[in-house]
Design a protein around this ligand. Structure first.
Ligand SMILES: C[S@@+](CC[C@H](N)C(=O)[O-])C[C@H]1O[C@@H](n2cnc3c(N)ncnc32)[C@H](O)[C@@H]1O
Length: 338
């Protein structure tokens, strides 16, 4: 055989392999309490070996991976948490993400290659043994609570960011459709004094939403309304908000929801969608493509582009539609009913 040199280097193909290990390693570090240990102050490797009762080799591999991903700083043999880890990986932080990682740890099947292959071949979700996840939550309350807590984990940081990017001063009632823990209702009413909010979700989830809202002292301004968005009417509101909802469903079902909101809103009412968006030509970003793969395992939905969601809102009658980039990988898509 003649030796021929590849035209490009192999980093991208090796990265696919390496990331199979690096990302779950952070879930393992989280489960072992590594970030909690470092919350007590900078620690040497030796001190961590002793307190965590782990051998040097695996512990250092976890720490160095955490350092490479920006969660831990290593200086002169001493490890400490970065701001990123303090804010997102400690349950005392403003936007603790750990419950989302717990959900991933509990449902490792959804990102294991055999299940992913089945999801791809059959175009069917795999979580909870291929059951409809939201119906399961109505029957398995602890499962519903863990999921709702995970969504709260994902959403609280964003809920403190997006409400400042859009003028809601003319609105009075914020309907958080599929609102779960009410994370976004908490963010919206905290930013806009004149707003009150209603969390609209399935009955079992509405019953637990108070657990999340009350600690913020917002029980008087945020109520819940149990209903099924496919068949029950929406309570009266002049602002409909959907976060991580459209990506759960097919384009036809998204259009149904947009039209239902259009019919329910008064003239001047607003719809806001909060999603991780594809670029309009779907060449990226990576986060939207990867999130679509997550949706394969959990739901019947996928990520959409800003162009797709704007056009969907316009098809049902909304005007003045716009896309507003928000925190991290998230954006808002909004429109007004004329
Ligand atoms: C992916 S979670 C999003 C939660 C929240 N909006 C957030 O971003 O944190 C989807 C939510 O939709 C709710 N949901 C699913 N089907 C529903 C239905 N038929 N009617 C009302 N809510 C529903 C679920 O219970 C869940 O709380």
């Amino acid at each position: 055989m003649k030796l021929s040199r590849p035209r490009v280097e192999d980093a991208a193909v090796l990265d696919v392999t390496l990331n199979l290990f690096a990302y779950p390693a952070m879930l393992v570090a989280h489960r072992l309490g590594l970030f909690r240990q470092l919350a007590q102050g900078p620690r040497s490797l030796q001190a961590l070996i002793e307190t965590m009762q782990l051998a040097r080799r695996p512990l250092e591999a976890l720490l160095n991976t955490a350092a490479a991903l920006g969660f831990v700083a290593r200086a002169n043999g001493v490890f400490s948490l970065t701001t990123l880890a303090e804010d997102y990986l400690l349950d005392t932080g403003p936007a603790y993400f750990g419950y989302f990682w717990d959900l991933m740890l509990d449902n490792g099947d959804t990102y294991a290659a055999p299940q992913l292959e089945r999801a791809v071949r059959n175009n069917s979700s795999q979580a909870y043994g291929e059951q409809d996840i939201f119906r399961s939550h109505e029957q398995q309350l602890e499962q519903g609570r863990r999921f709702t807590r995970a969504m709260h984990s994902l959403s609280m940081g964003h809920a403190s960011a997006w409400p400042r990017l859009i003028d809601l001063s003319n609105h009075r009632v914020f309907l958080d459709v599929g609102g779960g823990s009410g994370a976004h209702a908490i963010g919206a009413v905290s930013a806009w004094e004149t707003l009150r909010a209603v969390i609209y979700d399935l009955p079992a989830i509405c019953e637990m939403s108070g657990e999340f809202v009350v600690p913020y002292g917002l029980g008087a301004r945020i109520t819940s309304h149990a209903g099924d968005m496919w068949m029950d009417p929406f309570p009266s509101a002049d602002l409909h908000f959907y976060s991580n909802i459209f990506h759960d469903w097919t384009p036809e079902k998204c259009k149904f929801l947009a039209a239902k909101s259009f019919d329910a809103l008064p003239s001047g009412g607003r719809i806001v969608l909060h999603e991780v968006l594809y670029d309009d030509d779907k060449t990226g970003p990576f986060a939207a493509a990867a999130f679509s793969v997550v949706m394969l395992g959990w739901t019947e939905g996928e990520q959409y582009s800003g162009l797709e969601l704007r056009s969907l809102l316009e098809q049902v009658g909304f005007r003045q539609t716009q896309v507003i980039p928000s925190a991290g990988h998230y954006s808002l898509v909004t429109g007004i009913k004329p």
